[in-house]
Each structure stands twice: as structure tokens, then as C-alpha cells.
Ligand binder design. Structure first.
Ligand code: PLP
Length: 421
């Protein structure tokens, strides 16, 4: 029964029962962390063989280059090929970077600020803006905020962002771009529909120096056997002549080791040439030993897919545990909605409007740490105070089950308290 339909007396009775349960959990002094999208220790174990020194052979890349030495700006050939196969682009349209795609994005935006993206430097054009599909990834928003770029929320649904709104807003030449996660998005786990990808490719921005940061962090991160398929943005952009708008990034952070993986940028011929030109001043080349280790270990797309199945086997029971608990404790009460992703690292939970902060605080008091309420919106401001990002990957399944049970209690307590006023 929907909670809003209960009488005040029934609500008070229900609250008393829930509070008693909550207090008994609180007295256990639990310490459960569902705050960040990190792989669990068992997932890290999956890739240990990659640390075998024998994997580096004679330290030679496929072009005979000694990976222990300086050189090769844009990545060893086999690593470029591996990422090209993952992203469905040509190796020459990739640049292999260091251990984090976040650094690529930060650096790209930073260079647009200083040097521009084919026009006046962004920093010299006052009042520039970016469109941010919400809920989204807090670290994207942190980058834009740090550079003083105004962020505009774009609501999303299961198909992706509101493209009508984007079409309208890009008529303003101060709008320089969009930052988004097109596949198994952080935090919804939704994948952009074919129609959405086509509409991105067809964008007609007023700004000549417009860029879409297409953060494809979860491109091979299926959890369910039935998985999502994302159209290849560069294939479609070619039809519209809009390839220069797109900067795609991904990394092996959640394939091999976060913080010790390899990242990549894919872009048009023109953008690759511009980026490489600037890079020659910045570095002689990134860590090719790690590139060779990754290429030799993962081998090819089939190797990556086989490896991701092992991750999925660990992750699926965790996603299922959260979704089962939500179904059992929250369904039909009119106080919460959540996504049911086929992959990625997150589930997005919308609680009763005005209750996300309270829910997160109640969880914290009972020893369950969640991603901060508001984190999924620019400036940390969720206008309806209702979205909470659920990260089920790091805790063990037992810990997770306990944490979600407590979370569901807190969702209901916060909603009842709100309704009672
Ligand atoms: N992009 C998204 C959407 C993420 O969720 C994350 C990590 O959670 C990252 C990028 C960070 O990736 P990397 O480790 O390559 O910097």
C-alpha cells in the first residue's frame, strides 16, 4: 500500500516499528561502505596474473620498440589496437594515456581553457557553459566547477538526456559542450538509445568550438547476460560530419586495476593531430611497460570480454541483492524508484522528494556510508533532494545485504517523517 494513503495513526504506528528495528541495527556499531564505485578485493584477484613478469617477455612492443625506454608518444601499437577494437575505431584515432581517464578529461578541458578548441581559448570567452545530463558523475562536475564553467542540468530518462532541451540550449554559443556517460551511466546504469546517439551526432551547436566529452567508462562492463548495446558515436557522427565534436575516453580501471590501468582517448583525425601536437611538449610518452602488460594479458577484444565475464560473475549477485531488497522493502509504497541496469557499477535510487539528505544521514548514523546526497548533481545540489547513488560493488555480499536492509529502513523512515511533517 502507498504510504501516502495511510492515516496519521497508521503512519505513527509504522514509524514506531521501523524506528525500533533501526535502533537495533544502530546498536550493532556497523561499518559498511557503499559510497564509491570500487571493485571488491575478489575482483582485483582476477587480474593478478597480469603482474607476472614473464608477461613482458623481451620488453619489446610489436614494432620492436623497447618499452623500458623513452619514446612512442601515443601508445604502443598493440595497446592502441586493443582499445581501437574495444571502442570500434581505427588505432590511428586513439591516443593511449596514463592510468586514469579522469586525468585525460581534466587535461583536455584545461587545454581548451588555455589554448581553445579551434577558436579563442575558452578562458578568454567569458561565461562559458557545459550541459550536464543528471543525475551524473560527481567528478565530471568537479572538473567543470574547478575551471569556473557554468553547468546546466539536463534531465535524463532511460533513453538518455532530454535531447530537445540540448538542441535548444546549444543555440547559445556560450554553451561549449556536454559531458556524459553514454553506456551504463554513472549513476543510473542506463545506456543511451540509438535515437539519442543519433541526435548527439546530429547536434548543430552555435559554438564552433563545441565538444562532447563521451566518457565511455563502462563500455565492456556488462553484468547481465542480456546486455545493452551502444551505437558507435563516430560511425554515426561521420554521417553528419560532426566527428570533431566528440572526445571519447575510457580506461581499463575496472577491467584490470583501478589506478594502475591504462586509459585512452579516441577522436577525429583533426582532434588527434591537435592533441598530439600539444602532447609533444607535455611528455615523451606514457608508461609503455604497463601498456605492454595490458596488451599481452588481455590480448584482444575477445580476451577483454572473457575477462569481463569473470567480473560479472562476482558483480551480478551483488546487483541482484540490492534489487531484491528494494523490491521486497520498497516496491508499491510510493516512496522510491530505482533503475535496473544491465551493467556498469551503479544503481540510481530516487527516494521520496526532499528525503535524500535525511536518508543518507540516517544511514550514516547506523554505520552505512553512502555517496553523499546531491553528489550526482552539479554543485552538489539535487533540486528535489531525492537521488542517491548506490554502489554495490565494494562490500561483500553479506555486508551489502545488511547495508541495503538498513538503507531501505532509512528510506521509509525519512519518507514517513516527511509526510508527517
Ligand atoms: N568515468 C566514469 C563515468 C566513472 O564512473 C569513473 C570512475 O568511477 C571514471 C571515469 C574514472 O575512471 P579512471 O579510473 O579511468 O579515471
Amino acid at each position: 500500500m502507498e504510504i501516502q494513503n495511510l492515516s496519521n495513526e497508521q503512519l505513527h504506528e509504522r514509524l514506531a516499528v521501523l524506528t525500533e528495528k533501526y535502533n537495533s541495527y544502530k546498536s550493532l556499531g556497523l561499518k559498511l561502505d557503499m559510497s564509491r564505485g570500487k571493485p571488491g578485493a575478489d575482483q582485483l584477484e582476477l587480474t593478478n596474473e597480469m603482474l607476472d613478469p614473464a608477461l613482458l617477455g623481451d620488453y619489446k612492443a610489436s614494432n620492436g620498440f623497447d618499452v623500458r625506454n623513452y619514446g612512442i608518444l601515443d601508445g604502443i601499437p598493440e595497446c592502441k589496437q586493443l582499445f581501437a577494437d574495444i571502442l570500434g575505431v581505427k588505432p590511428e584515432n586513439t591516443i593511449v594515456f596514463g592510468n586514469a581517464s579522469l586525468t585525460i578529461m581534466y587535461d583536455y578541458i584545461s587545454q581548451c581553457m588555455v589554448f581553445g578548441a579551434g577558436a579563442e581559448p575558452w578562458a578568454a570567452q567569458s561565461g562559458i557553459k557545459f550541459l550536464c545530463p543528471v543525475p551524473g558523475y560527481d567528478r565530471h562536475f568537479a572538473i567543470l566547477e574547478q575551471f569556473g564553467i557554468e553547468m546546466i542540468n539536463i534531465p535524463t530518462n532511460a533513453e538518455g538526456p532530454d535531447m530537445d532541451m540540448i538542441d535548444e540550449l546549444i543555440k547559445d554559443e556560450k554553451v561549449k559542450g556536454v559531458i556524459c556517460v553514454p553506456m551504463y551511466s554513472n549513476p543510473s546504469g542506463n545506456t543511451y538509445s540509438d535515437e539519442t546517439v543519433r541526435r548527439f551526432a546530429a547536434l548543430k551547436p552555435a559554438a564552433k568550438d563545441f565538444r562532447v566529452i563521451w566518457d565511455n567508462a563502462y563500455c565492456v562492463h556488462h553484468v547481465n547476460e542480456t546486455h545493452d548495446v551502444l551505437l558507435n558515436i563516430f560511425d554515426i557522427a561521420k554521417e553528419y560530419g560532426s566527428e570533431d565534436f566528440f572526445i571519447e575516453v575510457t580506461s581499463t580501471s575496472k577491467i584490470t586495476f583501478p589506478g594502475a590501468g591504462v586509459s585512452v582517448l579516441a577522436a577525429s583525425d583533426k582532434n588527434i593531430a591537435d592533441i598530439k601536437k600539444r602532447m609533444t611538449v607535455q611528455t615523451i610518452g606514457y608508461d609503455k611497460i604497463n601498456q605492454l602488460r595490458h596488451a599481452n594479458y588481455l590480448k584482444n577484444l575477445a580476451g577483454v570480454e572473457a575477462h569481463m565475464l569473470k567480473h560479472a560473475a562476482i558483480l551480478k549477485p551483488k546487483f541482484d541483492a540490492v534489487l531484491e531488497a528494494f523490491g521486497k522493502n520498497l516496491a508499491g509504497k510510493g516512496i522510491a524508484e530505482w533503475t535496473v541496469p544491465n551493467g556498469g557499477y551503479f544503481i540510481s535510487l530516487d527516494v521520496y522528494a526532499g528525503c535524500a539528505k535525511k536518508t543518507v544521514a540516517l544511514c550514516k548514523e547506523a554505520g552505512v556510508t553512502l555517496t553523499g546526497a546531491g553528489a550526482t548533481y552539479p554543485y552538489g545540489k539535487d533540486p528535489e533532494d531525492k537521488n542517491i547513488r548506490i554502489a554495490p560493488t565494494f562490500p561483500s555480499r553479506d555486508e551489502l545485504c545488511k547495508a541495503v536492509e538498513i538503507l531501505c529502513l532509512c528510506v521509509e523512515i525519512a519518507a514517513i517523517e516527511k509526510i508527517l511533517g
